[in-house]
Design a protein around this ligand. Structure first.
Ligand code: CTP
Ligand code: MG
Length: 168
């Protein structure tokens, strides 16, 4: 039983890793020009906000794709090349959509949006990957349970390391 759960956990993390990497690398390598170039939406509030930068997006996309390439090489399966790219792209686009929604709800940059902050990016990652493959429902369920825990844990770690101004 425990063995099976650990195996499921391993399969899950291994599958979704490009999305996790794409979501966390911008915290370290992001900064500079915001994707929205500081432009406002029709409601007078930022489109995405200054926390979504071009450098963060590109760095996350490259880093997540590299994870996919490494997996493709290790497992001799070129499918992972495209899968890693799609998971990373989906995670970053999902993160952008999340910020767009937060700004429309008048939540400032860095303000908390429970569930959206922790899960939006993986839902988009799965959606982007779906033309290539969808994992089993057990893996999808595990992604939905584990991701908020991993997300809150790594964000707290990044806060403690002084990389983030908010612990969530
Ligand atoms: N980051 C970045 N570019 C991105 C995404 C993130 O540079 N495309 C960096 C920013 O420095 C950002 C940090 O990673 O502040 C943390 O990301 P996130 O928590 O997603 O952004 P928030 O600052 O909390 O902004 P928001 O409220 O829009 O989520
Ligand atoms: Mg945030």
């Amino acid at each position: 039983m425990l063995n099976e759960l650990l195996q499921l956990l391993g399969t899950t993390i291994w599958f979704i890793l490009p999305a996790y990497v794409a979501n966390s690398i911008p915290v370290v390598l992001g900064g500079g020009t915001p994707i929205d170039k500081n432009k406002m939406f029709s409601d007078g509030r930022p489109i995405f906000g200054s926390g979504k930068t071009i450098r963060g997006f590109v760095a996350g996309l490259i880093a997540g794709s590299v994870v996919g390439v490494l997996r493709g090489v290790v497992e001799h399966s070129p499918t992972y090349f495209i899968l890693g790219f799609l998971l990373a792209l989906g995670a970053l686009v999902g993160d952008l959509v999340g910020s767009f929604i937060k700004r429309r709800l008048n939540i400032p940059r860095g303000g908390a949006a429970p569930f959206l902050d922790q899960l939006g990016f993986v839902v988009f990652a799965l959606f982007f990957a779906s033309p290539i493959t969808l994992p089993s429902w057990e893996v999808i369920l595990t992604i939905l349970i584990v991701t908020p825990i991993v997300h809150l844990g790594t964000n707290f770690g990044a806060y403690k390391l002084g990389l983030k101004s908010k612990p969530y």
